[in-house]
Ligand binder design. Sequence first.
Ligand code: SAH
Length: 205
Amino acid sequence: MFQLSLRRRGISNQAVLRAMEEVPREVFVAAGDREHAYRDSALGIACGQTISQPFVVAYMTEQLQPQKHHKVLEIGTGSGYQAAVLSRLCAHVLTIERYRTLADTARARLEKLGYYNVEVMFGDGFDIPPGAGDFDRIIVTAAMEQIPDSLLQRLEPRGILIAPVGPHHGTQTLVRVTRTESGFERKELVDVRFVPALRGIAREL
Ligand code: SAH
């Protein structure tokens, strides 16, 4: 049913559909929300954040055009669900979260599921350590008022970045940026709503 509803909404990449089917979303939602885990809606998680709606996760993953050998960066781990889906499709995922509680919980979940190619880092996605290197794909799952140039510079040649861009409170546009030989190519995809990307690590747990 889950796959069928994603297909109906236009997701056609078989590998993406398989990954969505494989990752148990009920493990990533709050205990009281398990029965709603396969509904197509965003749900609240700890620290006042949200796990995105399955269609948006599938859509962003498809638009990212992930490949088996790719090294991927995610900004905004949240529950770890998007990272889990990507881990089924790529070689390595580094995901960064500014709430320590969320990072720790997501790390434990991903380990328990045996998704060993995901590294969860507690930190600020606006300040990626240089030692992390560059990435074939970057996915931002929190709303940015604009995409920092320093982030675009972390894309490998022909790399792709996807991010919700727009006001923190309101509707954003999902933007896909591709690194080309001459610079960056930008395409606006669809309207979305994400929680804001905030600078610095969270002071609260
Ligand atoms: N991808 C997540 C949902 C993301 S919700 C999932 O699959 O569940 C957005 C997350 O981005 C929140 O957890 C928020 O704390 C985090 N975030 C916001 N700004 C950030 C920043 N600068 N660096 C890292 N994480 C950030």
